[in-house]
Write a protein that binds this ligand. Structure first.
Ligand code: FES
Length: 111
């Protein structure tokens, strides 16, 4: 098992969860109760699975595809370390990976 750490959008709350190598980051995040909708189920058509990877961990992930980059362009609060969690499959070398929630869309509902 590898351990993944999720941070709330404000960085104040951390949730750690054990994941099996081969799991998809989006599924692990949802199992950990993180607010990622993943509306399109990994079809790269929604960007609601957007996460911000810790800068130190970003280089541990394979680079994003062009389609992923294009979809990230449409996501809110994108940073240089943004990724779509539906496109990240975890491996043994991802133990300790830390990702933060972008926390944008909730504030755009006006309530
Ligand atoms: Fe829709 Fe990742 S779940 S782009």
């Amino acid at each position: 098992m590898i351990r993944i750490r999720f941070l709330s959008a404000d960085g104040d709350h951390a949730t750690e969860i054990d994941a099996a190598p081969g799991a998809r980051l989006l599924d692990v995040a949802q199992a950990a109760g993180q607010p990622l909708e993943g509306t399109c189920e990994g079809q790269m058509a929604c960007s609601t699975c957007h996460v911000i990877v810790a800068a130190d961990d970003f280089g541990r992930l394979p680079p994003a595809s062009e389609e992923e980059e294009d979809m990230l362009d449409l996501a809110a609060n994108v940073t240089r370390c943004s990724r779509l969690s539906c496109q990240i499959w975890l491996g043994d070398d991802h133990d300790g990976l830390t990702v933060r929630m972008p926390g944008a869309s909730r504030n755009m509902q006006g309530r």
